[in-house]
Design a protein around this ligand. Structure first.
Ligand code: GLA
Ligand code: ZN
Length: 648
């Protein structure tokens, strides 16, 4: 198990390195991450590579038996490169080329940038491939983060047209697929096709989805080129990863494809960041972990764990005593196996003066230092437990084509994909149910329950897999707008909704309504839920049950049809949640699902998260108190933000 900090020796006078390494060592750390922004330090002038600074740092780290994760520095290219080749700089939607300063302003489709990236990475990895202290390489830094996944430059435009030609072969095929006859948009040649930048009203949906797919291809082809290079050059003892940022559903690249050639996934866990008065919800933090574990379907590292308040120009919420430590326990509960805190010491200069670390600018080892030290001491006792498999029985499915389709046409001003995924995830989280968050392309036959939020893009192949799953006894929960579109982002023709899953859901959708902000429709329960009432927001599908039972209907003089239905199909069941139904109602539905399907769950009071792990035949509970109140679970009491690992 590796435990450590992100360390930037280049930020400090050379004579501080030894004192810093001793302080890091006394934390109980055995690893540091270095180098991911230090390209200029390693190549001050073009072609003059000099690794002596890091040679010296690494030799001092080795004296303290510390290991190293080294970051390839392509997220921050040197000024001389931008000066010599301004074409490497990406361009925003308004045609403004991004300027040097900040980070990740490179265009993924710049051949020149790819050349220089290959050179620096080759020299760096060749230099350190036999270094026993370096056990892992981090490729770049948070691919696509902070808006860097989008570029509208001419290089991207030309390559986009080439991408489309390879995908459609003939312009007739593209015209037919896109329906460019609409508004007379028929192309005679691929070189007439625009990047869908700002225009009057909106673009063709198929063009927009292909543009998103091209962005993903651009980011991932660069990432895979770098990954293959490092995999080829590195030492046998060295592994390859990259650090995934938060907001992964808001990115323009498929994360599974981004990491598929890597040895393990690393994640940067920031439950709160600049400008937020409160952390994101405990359930959302949990989902983020489950998503990262799902990328390579195995445990993962955290290479940036928040300890101090963070922000660039605006700082965020200050984690209360033990709260950041509790988030660390939560991460290990969900499958993290190795953790580095961001960062050893806050920098006094540069754009991240207000990104606080374990040690503040006063260089004193205070409360945060003690929290990390005590956490490292405790967690290192549970290596077998945290390396064990999680074996979730519930899978939450997502698909980037679907997410991008929604991003271009939200259909409701209130629609946000992550919110709708969390609408279905949170009720199961409240029952401490283990969940994987995985792409629809993954084989999901092993699970008992599939949670399928707002999946509008369903083709026949996926529809058949859902049918098979249900026939074999699985339970599926779909939410609204399911199955309306094909993979070209076009609406199915002559298919009653919800399209390829209408049969297993036992329903049709008779009418639809987009709900605006502060617009709610009341729903009421039937049968066993007859005493329940609740609300629907964002959207509503007016469901016409065919073979399905109605669990809730709309309270509406004109459309009082079904809002939530349940259909038994084969040996399984299919629920359809026809709108933005409130959490209370969905928690009842989740309780029914886990009870009927035998999915294991643990009841705990609100704010207490319990995650069960097993190792060597023994079972453990990770218990996290996400609140400022004294809480308890079974006979264990937990102070504000306290966490405990207990043997069951
Ligand atoms: C991200 C980046 C780091 C740093 C932190 C600040 O995770 O990877 O380089 O900018 O945020 O919180
Ligand atoms: Zn570009």
């Amino acid at each position: 198990m590796y435990l450590g900090v992100d360390y930037y020796p280049e930020h400090w006078p050379k004579e501080m390195v030894e004192e810093d390494i001793k302080g890091i060592k006394e934390l109980g750390a055995n690893i540091v991450r270095i180098g991911e922004f230090a390209w200029h330090l390693m190549e001050k002038e073009e072609g003059k590579f000099d690794f002596s600074f890091f040679d010296n740092v690494i030799s001092k780290l080795k004296e303290e038996n510390m290991k190293v994760m080294f970051g390839t520095p392509t997220a921050t290219f040197p000024a001389w490169l931008a000066h010599k080749h301004p074409s490497i700089l990406s361009e925003d939607e308004n045609g403004n080329q991004r300027v040097f300063g900040g980070r990740r302003q490179y265009c993924f489709n710049s051949d020149i940038y790819r050349e220089y990236s290959i050179k620096i990475t080759t020299e760096l990895v060749r230099h350190y491939k036999d270094e026993p202290a370096i056990i892992a390489w981090q490729i770049d830094n948070e691919f696509g983060h902070e808006g860097s996944d989008m570029c509208y430059c001419e290089q991207c435009h030309t390559k986009f047209q080439k991408f489309l030609k390879e995908r459609y072969q003939t312009i007739d095929h593209l015209n037919e697929t896109y329906g460019t006859i609409f508004w007379g948009q028929t192309y005679n040649d691929f070189n007439e096709i625009p990047i869908p930048k700002k225009t009057i009203t909106t673009h063709n949906p198929s063009l927009q989805l292909d543009w998103a797919r091209f962005r993903s291809y651009s980011v991932n082809s660069y990432a895979q080129e770098q990954t293959k290079l490092v995999q080829q050059l590195k030492g046998e003892h060295q592994l390859v990863t990259t650090n995934v940022s938060g907001g992964f559903f808001d990115k323009w690249f498929d994360h599974e494809e981004n990491v598929e050639l890597m040895d393990f996934v690393s994640y940067d866990n920031y439950p709160v960041w600049g400008g937020l008065a409160e952390p994101i919800t405990p359930a959302t933090i949990a989902m983020n972990h489950d998503f990262n574990r799902g990328l390579l379907d195995k445990n993962y590292w955290i290479v940036e764990e928040l300890m101090g308040a963070q922000g660039h120009n605006v700082i965020g919420y200050l984690p209360r005593p033990n709260q950041a430590k509790m988030w660390s326990y939560q991460a290990f509960a969900h499958g993290c196996t190795d953790m580095l805190y961001f960062r050893w010491r806050g920098m006094t200069k540069g754009a991240e003066q207000f990104c606080y670390g374990v040690v503040d600018h006063d260089n004193k080892y205070g409360r945060k230092y003690q929290e990390v030290q005590s956490f490292f001491k405790d967690i290192s006792k549970y290596e077998d437990v945290i390396k064990s498999d999680i074996n979730a029985e519930v899978a939450v499915l997502y698909d980037y084509d679907n997410i991008w389709s929604w991003r271009f046409q939200t259909q409701s001003q209130e629609f946000n994909f992550t919110n709708e995924l969390m609408r279905l995830y949170t009720p199961f989280y409240k029952f401490n149910t283990k969940m994987d968050v995985i792409p629809t392309t993954r084989d999901f036959s092993r699970y008992k329950v599939l949670v399928v939020p707002a999946l509008q893009v369903i083709d026949e192949e996926l529809g058949n897999r859902f049918k098979q799953f249900t026939q074999n006894g699985g339970t599926i929960i779909f939410s609204f707008r399911t199955g309306i579109k094909d993979k070209n982002n076009n609406i199915h023709f002559k298919k009653a909704l919800p399209g390829f899953v209408a049969e297993i859901a036992g329903i049709n959708i008779s009418e639809i309504e987009s709900l605006s902000s502060n617009q709610y429709v009341e729903v009421k329960g039937l049968g066993q839920y007859a005493s329940n009432k609740g609300t629907c927001s964002v959207w509503r599908d007016i469901i016409a049950p065919i073979t399905a039972e109605t669990l809730y209907s709309y309270v509406d003089p004109f459309h009082s049809e079904a809002a939530i239905t349940k259909n038994s199909f084969g040996k399984g069941n299919v629920y359809y949640v026809g709108g933005g139904i409130d959490e209370e109602i969905l928690t009842e539905i989740a309780k029914e699902v886990v009870t009927e399907t035998g999915v294991s769950f643990i009841e705990s009071e609100p704010g207490i998260e319990v995650y069960e792990r097993e190792a060597n035949g023994e079972q453990y509970y990770f218990i996290m108190n996400h609140t400022a109140e004294l809480k308890s679970f079974e006979n264990v009491s937990l102070q504000a933000y306290e966490s405990k690992i207990i043997k069951k």
